[in-house]
Structures are given as structure tokens and as C-alpha cells.
Design a protein around this ligand. Structure first.
Ligand SMILES: [Zn+2]
Length: 228
């Protein structure tokens, strides 16, 4: 009864199609979820991530294992959902995908566990502008599922970088080069690095390099959507 009344005043709608959400569904309706191009398993997601790194950055040694939920397709409903998550103030969408990623990692765990989870940081001014860092929300949800510590202050973004969208691959790499730094003496040996979307891998690779320069030995990656 109460949920019916709440639905009347605060309708819960799908972030993909805008339709009313059935009672048991949250953030994204089942029809939209089924329309997204989901990786069939963790192995194929890992392989796709290696292809992205190899093609764009000529590097495949940056990470030991990677998880991703979906392949990116321009103008599909997933793009609408991600856009709402990043710019529309819908942090709950980040929590939703974070739980899916946490389940995926739990189903196919790494051979040796990671010590902590680190989100790709936003510059502090950008965080004020957007009110939250969606990668941090993802990391928190993954951490809850896996019972792992999330370290939001291990890496900082030193420069206020231009948005990566619209830049060429070379410009993207230059834009984030040396943009990140590890600012803690307590450096973990193994890290799960979380980013919301990976397009060319340039930002992720720049963070991985800062982690490795600080002494992190093994980096694993997790993202919602991979452009491949
Ligand atoms: Zn929908």
C-alpha cells in the first residue's frame, strides 16, 4: 500500500527507457538490461580488455585480471543510463552496477586476492561540480559485496584535465599523462582499480602507472562498460 502511494508521488522509472519500474526491479528495467550487450563470462570480458589495451596503448602487461559487464554501443540505452549516472545525479545507478560487478567478481575470483579497491579519482573541483565520483560509488558497492576495503585517498588527480570525450587517442594519452599520483605511505601490494567506463584505456593506464611507480605490484581492473 505504502509503496503504491510512494510510486504515485515519486514514480520509480527506468534510467534506460523512462518506463515505470515494476516493484521488484530497480534503476534499470529487465527489458533494458536484456538489451545491453553483456559479456557472457569474465574470461571474454578480460580478453576484450586486453585487446583494448593492446590496440590503443600497445600494452598488455598493465593488469593481471579484468572484469567488465558490458560492451559499449553508441546510442544504445546503456549509453543513456551511463549518462544519467555520470551527469544526472543518479548515484544509485552506480550502486546498482557496482553490485552486479561485485557479483561477477565473486563468481570468478582472482587466483590471489587483491588487498583493496581503488576508484579512479576525479579532480577535487570536478567532484564538487558533479557532487560525487561515480567510480567511488561503484567501488563502495563492490567493496560491500566482497568485504574489501575501499581506499578513496590512495590516488589523487593532480591536474584538472579536459574531458576525454572528443579527443583523439594521442590527445587522450597526453591529457592524462602524469595526471595522477599516489599520496599515501601505506601502499598495498595488490589493487582492484575501478573505473565507470573504459574507452581507450588511456585514463586507466595512467592510474595504473602511478600505482606501479609507487610500488603496487599487481593491478586488476573492473569497469561497467568497455568500448571495444
Ligand atoms: Zn527500461
Amino acid at each position: 500500500m505504502l509503496s503504491g502511494i510512494l510510486q504515485l508521488f515519486y514514480p520509480r522509472v527506468c534510467a534506460g527507457c523512462g518506463g515505470l519500474l515494476p516493484e521488484k526491479e530497480e534503476q534499470v528495467c529487465r527489458t533494458c538490461l536484456l538489451s545491453f550487450d553483456r559479456f557472457p563470462d569474465a574470461v571474454s570480458a578480460d580478453r576484450a580488455m586486453r585487446e583494448v589495451f593492446s590496440r590503443n596503448l600497445s600494452r598488455t602487461e598493465d593488469f593481471c585480471k579484468a572484469w567488465s559487464l558490458y560492451r559499449f554501443h553508441k546510442n544504445d540505452r546503456l549509453q543513456t543510463v551511463i549518462h544519467t549516472m555520470k551527469y544526472g545525479g543518479s548515484y544509485r545507478i552506480g550502486m546498482f552496477f557496482g553490485r552486479l560487478l561485485g557479483d561477477m567478481i565473486a563468481d570468478d575470483p582472482p587466483a590471489a586476492p587483491f588487498g583493496c579497491i581503488v576508484p579512479v579519482p576525479l579532480h577535487r573541483l570536478k567532484k564538487i561540480e558533479r557532487t560525487y565520483n561515480q567510480s567511488e560509488i561503484l567501488a563502495e558497492s563492490i567493496g560491500e559485496i566482497l568485504g574489501k576495503e575501499v581506499r578513496t585517498n590512495l590516488v589523487v588527480r593532480k591536474r584538472y584535465t579536459a574531458p576525454q570525450a572528443g579527443l583523439t587517442l594521442r590527445q587522450r594519452r597526453g591529457n592524462v599523462e602524469n595526471a595522477f599520483a599516489v599520496v599515501s605511505d601505506r601502499v598495498p601490494e595488490t589493487v582492484l582499480l575501478v573505473d565507470d567506463v573504459m574507452t581507450t584505456g588511456s585514463t586507466t593506464a595512467a592510474v595504473v602507472q602511478s600505482l606501479q611507480a609507487a610500488g603496487v605490484r599487481t593491478v586488476m581492473l573492473a569497469t561497467i562498460v568497455l568500448a571495444s
